[in-house]
Design a protein around this ligand. Structure first.
Ligand SMILES: [Zn+2]
Length: 165
């Protein structure tokens, strides 16, 4: 049933439904900006993670936005390690194979360009332009920051991609 609903309801609509369902004033997501009544807990409760004091292996309560479901890495952009929103000027950002939560956040704090080799797959998310990262088609120094996560392992000529980036 869940897969059927996902196939007939666009991602944008599902996100808006979650925004309505979880609406409240208790929390505000730093990535997508949604005001929600609750946040989900994150992390795993495996004893080995606690026993070995694994960095990032702890459980955190009220840590995950129920609207955009950011991964820990995406979340880091918004509230932990990369305070891009606090930079004095508006950085020009190229976001390759954009994930929704990061796309929303980066769109709000930068001169943002989302890009993918298959931009049609992002119609529900927003504007994404065609870009082959082995030949990105933008002049040198067009961007201050390129965000390219979980992409290179899918590119046969990753050496060309790295030289472009
Ligand atoms: Zn969010």
């Amino acid at each position: 049933m869940r897969e059927f609903l996902k196939s007939v309801i666009s991602k944008k609509t599902r996100i808006n439904l979650r925004r309505i369902h979880y609406f409240g004033f208790r929390h505000k997501c730093l990535l997508c900006g949604s005001r929600v009544r609750t946040m989900f807990d994150s992390g795993l409760s495996f004893p080995v993670l606690r026993d070995m004091d694994v960095v990032g292996g702890e459980q955190l309560s009220h840590d995950v936005c129920p609207v955009c479901f950011p991964t820990v890495e995406q979340d880091c952009f918004g509230k932990r390690e990369v305070p891009i929103g606090q930079r004095p000027s508006t950085p020009r950002v190229l976001h390759v194979a954009p994930e929704y939560a990061l796309m929303v956040y980066l769109s709000n704090v930068s001169d943002y360009t989302g890009a993918d080799i298959d931009p049609e797959g992002y119609k529900a998310h927003g504007d994404v332009v065609y870009c082959d990262i082995t030949d990105i088609g933008f002049p040198d120094n067009t961007f201050d920051l390129i965000v390219c996560r979980h992409v290179l392992e899918h590119v046969p000529r990753d050496d060309l991609a790295i030289s472009e980036l």
